[in-house]
Design a protein around this ligand. Structure first.
Ligand code: G1P
Length: 291
């Protein structure tokens, strides 16, 4: 029987240099898209897929991320006193069950693979999801839920994948494609940020993974890869052939919120998807475009 997926690791130690000065005193994962911080999109998406336990891999200056998921007692008391029922109900509906968030620190920035390795005690012997909060997905079915469905069917590793322009393969982990069944692609190889002429395809890995705990043993080898960092992609590549490995061309659109243009596009797309905002946003956008 396939072990149920209940755990997620959220790597949030990055410095966010591309968003300075906004990220000087605030973690980049607290940047809001419309009215919700990036980190909360990731947590909400994971919870919607049945995940109950979270491990944030943090660094210095990331306390706001932990506070965000705590109960803000004074704020709630003030809202109650002022009869702000809607705001209060919103906060309460998002409260996390006690003990559901753990944190570990990645003291040195040695790469994504190293960040995941830092969560090894949390991972233990269980399958786990990874959500990179920089990647936002707008879809009918939350992206992680789509991956969980594949995981439940295959019992193996599953990556969310999407096509990128061939010239951009050097920005992503790229998949070597085996057998293809509709949206499901067998992964026969993985390369981190290959030059276009060396890329095995133009299918990129986006920041949503479901992995078996065996990956930790490969991460422990601490082999340096692209950018002299310990790459998750390299450790995953070592699992191919030992455990099932698939990529899912997920339904939905991915926004790279680690990039200014991607972040701005996400603001527009997510606000147009909101019934309370769509009309006014569409109206002002038309005015800008036509002027
Ligand atoms: C990381 C991964 C890469 C993946 C990307 C998705 O890269 O190393 O394989 O394609 O996330 O966003 P980063 O964006 O941290 O450079």
């Amino acid at each position: 029987m396939v072990k149920p997926l209940r755990k997620a690791v959220l790597p949030v130690a990055g410095l966010g240099t591309r968003f300075l000065p906004a990220t000087k005193a605030m973690p980049k994962e607290m940047l809001p898209v419309v009215d919700k911080p990036l980190i909360q999109y990731a947590v909400d998406e994971a919870r919607a897929a049945g995940i109950e336990q979270f491990c944030m891999v943090t660094g210095r200056g990331k306390t706001a991320l932990i506070d965000h998921f705590d109960i803000a007692f004074e704020l709630e008391a003030t809202l109650a006193e002022r009869n702000k029922r809607e705001a209060l109900a919103l906060l309460r509906s998002e409260a996390m069950p006690p003990g559901s968030i753990s944190t570990v620190r990645q003291q040195v920035p040695l790469g994504l693979g190293h960040a995941i390795w830092c969560a090894r005690t949390f991972i233990g012997e269980d399958p786990f999801a990874i959500l990179l909060p920089d990647d936002l997905v707008l879809s009918n079915t939350p992206c992680t839920e789509q991956l969980v469905k594949v995981y439940n069917e295959t019992g193996g590793n599953v990556l969310a994948i999407s096509e990128v322009p061939p010239a951009q393969t050097n920005r992503y982990g790229i998949v070597k494609v085996g057998e293809v069944k509709g949206d499901l692609v067998e992964v026969t190889g993985l390369v981190e940020k290959p030059a276009p002429e060396e890329a095995p395809s133009n299918l990129s890995v986006i920041g949503r993974y479901i992995l078996l705990p065996e990956v930790v043993a490969y991460l422990s080898q601490m082999e340096r890869g692209a950018g002299n960092e310990v790459q998750l992609t390299d450790a995953m590549a070592k699992m191919i052939g030992h455990t099932p490995f698939h990529g899912l061309k997920f339904e939905g659109k991915r926004f790279d919120c680690g990039d200014k243009v991607g972040f701005l596009e996400a603001q527009i797309a997510f606000s147009l998807a909101r019934p309370d905002l769509a009309d006014s946003v569409r109206t002002f956008l038309k005015n800008y475009v036509n002027s």
